[in-house]
Design a protein around this ligand. Structure first.
Ligand code: EPZ
Length: 429
């Protein structure tokens, strides 16, 4: 196991800068929908088939955790997962699994809802922030579960089942809303989630639960109403395209002055982001099978952004957008309103010649600096891909270390980039 971890830790990526991205990039299934969808299998003893699931490290980690709990999960084909939770071995999600993948917290709601108890390790913080789970815990308590946090574990019980109620979120939480949906779906009576997250992944997740026999209305609005049902059944469900992957490659196309068809990308999932890309001078043209992204003029206009919950500018595209601003004609600001420490890419971009200064939650980017290739360190998923994008446009060669961060969220990234004219190579030590 140690050798395996060391090998992962030492994988690096070498990127030769200066190549335009020209061609088609097929967008994979959404990581942030696949993960809750996999955990929903716990809610039923019937088979759940998920199609268009990306082969990512986070998906493999979720498979390991579900296997540990006692859920049968196998690849039915290269991107389809078959899951079935007949009986289970345990209602515990141990630290070793949860620390690797925070979305493991999504076992809490379904385990309590169906098996009336759960013991889930606290995920702990991560590079981008403290990432509390207090809202998840409060939602279960409001639904009548007894919850205590002891020795780093959330121990929840509901011997008489959960009962419907109003679930108030003081701030919208994507996975908090998803946990509450699974718990309320099997509660006795009616629940309302107030101040619900409205991300497309949450909407599609509620659609999956309804396909499984839940009774949910209002998803996509701040108030979701759930009529509890006795049980839910299996389903066969297609995972939507990953809008964050699509947005990432849209930025790569614009920074390299390329021309890329984002195959399968859904414009409505990214309207605020695409509007910003158009404002800086990118062209984002919806076409039959996706969105065509390119740049007509040389200048990139400096446009300031603030990240926000959906439908605002997505926090998961903040680091990538910052690279675009480092080569814009002028100064702009990037304000991160969702996470308290999501600027870990800044020092690494500065090592490549970017001119960025951070005060509190706002980074000021002075553009028009040509980036130069360097050895850089990945720290978290979206920071790592921003360094790859910077390497694509930098003069010379860039090597990104700690590639395992990247593999959590970008399926076949080298092939997708190299098939569009990039020169990207994975280096095993
Ligand atoms: C989801 O994380 C996504 N992950 C994140 O994507 C994404 O950045 C985030 O939503 C925001 O859009 C998955 O869907 C698996 P939140 P989540 O709860 O649900 C605070 C990526 O790169 N909060 O909406 O964990 C929290 O600290 C990942 O793909 C509490 O304080 O995010 C944050 O400041 C990164 N207490 C804010 O709310 C809680 O109980 C929003 O977080 C829950 C959240």
């Amino acid at each position: 196991m140690v050798t395996e971890v060391r090998r992962d830790m030492l994988q690096r990526m070498r990127i030769k800068g200066g190549k335009k991205l020209i061609g088609t990039i097929p967008i994979s299934g959404s990581k942030n929908l696949s993960l809750p969808a996999m955990m929903a299998a716990i809610m039923t003893d019937k088979p759940l088939l998920l199609r268009n699931v990306p082969r990512l490290a986070d998906v493999l980690s979720a498979m390991d955790l579900l296997n540990y709990i006692g859920v049968d999960v196998n690849w039915a084909d290269s991107n389809s997962l078959e899951l079935r939770c007949g009986s289970i071995k345990t209602t515990e999600a141990p630290y070793d699994y949860v620390r690797k993948m925070r979305a493991s917290i999504l076992t809490l709601g379904p385990l309590v809802a169906r098996f009336k108890k759960a013991s889930v390790s606290l995920p702990g913080g991560c590079a981008i922030g403290t990432r509390g789970v207090d809202l998840h815990i409060k939602a279960l308590q409001q639904l009548g579960a007894e919850v205590e946090v002891e020795n780093g574990y959330i121990n929840a019980t509901a011997p008489d089942g959960l009962r419907g109620c109003d679930i108030n979120f003081t701030t919208p939480s994507v996975t908090g809303t998803e946990n509450a949906l699974m718990a309320a779906a099997l509660a006795n009576g009616t629940s309302r989630i107030l101040n619900a997250a409205m991300e497309p992944e949450v909407i599609e997740f509620a659609n999956l639960l309804n396909m499984m026999g839940a009774n949910i209305v209002g998803h996509g609005s701040p108030i979701i109403t759930i009529e509890g049902v006795e049980s839910v059944r299996g389903a066969s469900f297609e995972i939507m395209p990953d809008r964050i992957e699509a947005g990432t490659y849209a930025i790569a196309a614009v920074v390299t002055s390329g021309r890329v068809l984002l195959k399968g990308c859904v414009q409505d999932h990214l309207s605020s982001f695409l509007e910003t890309v158009r404002s800086v001078g990118g062209i984002c043209e919806p076409v039959a099978d996706g969105i065509l992204v390119y740049r007509e003029q040389d200048e990139i206009r400096p446009i300031s952004i603030c990240t926000a919950q959906y439908p605002g500018f997505p926090t998961d595209l903040q680091a990538q957008y910052m690279v675009l601003m480092t080569i814009a004609n002028g100064a702009s600001s990037v304000t991160e309103n969702i996470f308290e420490n999501r600027f870990m890419h800044v020092p690494e971009l500065c090592r490549m010649g970017a001119n960025i200064s951070v005060i509190g939650r706002t980074a000021t980017v002075v553009g028009a600096h040509e980036l130069s290739g360097a050895q850089v360190m990945a720290t978290d998923l979206r920071a790592s891909v921003s360094l790859v994008i910077a390497g694509l446009v930098a003069k010379g060669e860039t090597v990104v270390n700690r590639l395992y961060h990247l593999d959590r969220g970008y399926e076949n990234i080298e092939d997708k980039l190299n098939n569009c004219g990039a020169e990207v190579e994975r280096l095993n030590v």
